[in-house]
Design a protein around this ligand. Sequence first.
Ligand code: G1P
Length: 186
Amino acid sequence: SIKRQTQLGEIIVTFQNEPKGLGHAVWCAKNLINDEAFAVILPDDIILSKTPVIKQLINLSQNDNCCTVLGVEKVDRKEVFKYGILSVEKKIGRKCFVESIVEKPDVKNAPSNLSVVGRYLLDSKIFNFLSKMKKGAGGEIQLTDGIQYLIKQSNVMGLEFEGKRFDCGNKLGFIKANLSYGLYDS
Ligand code: G1P
């Protein structure tokens, strides 16, 4: 298993030297990506699934010829202030066409309870926006605002993926993820 991992591809590391937001962190990889579509995986969202969520997003991207696809999940309405939240134009089964996205809205202003979790396929045109270094919610450069920029130019889709997500940004979520992966593997 360890040997297989060493053959998966080339690993290049880049650092975000200041905590300026997720959009800024992604912008730090701009020179490694150039003009290709790319995937973003936030490692504090761990998702146990038969098919990796990024692969599920790629399948939708290819079938529907859509460059930007977001992993989405319904959350408790009380929790929307923690996430990027979607307003949806049309929903077909598990997939949807995204009308707009807002970062960490108040519970009372949230357009829905459909949140983006840490899996994204993105059009490299997002760098046109991120390069402006425009601050958004919380005074940070937000990936969500870059996605809103993409929505204005082309189709952006969401997929309610198959899988169980663990929020490893908190200790309990991290413990639950370890137990579930352990049991899955046993
Ligand atoms: C980030 C994103 C947010 C997304 C979330 C998923 O927020 O900014 O849009 O919904 O990840 O976990 P963070 O968790 O870094 O505050």
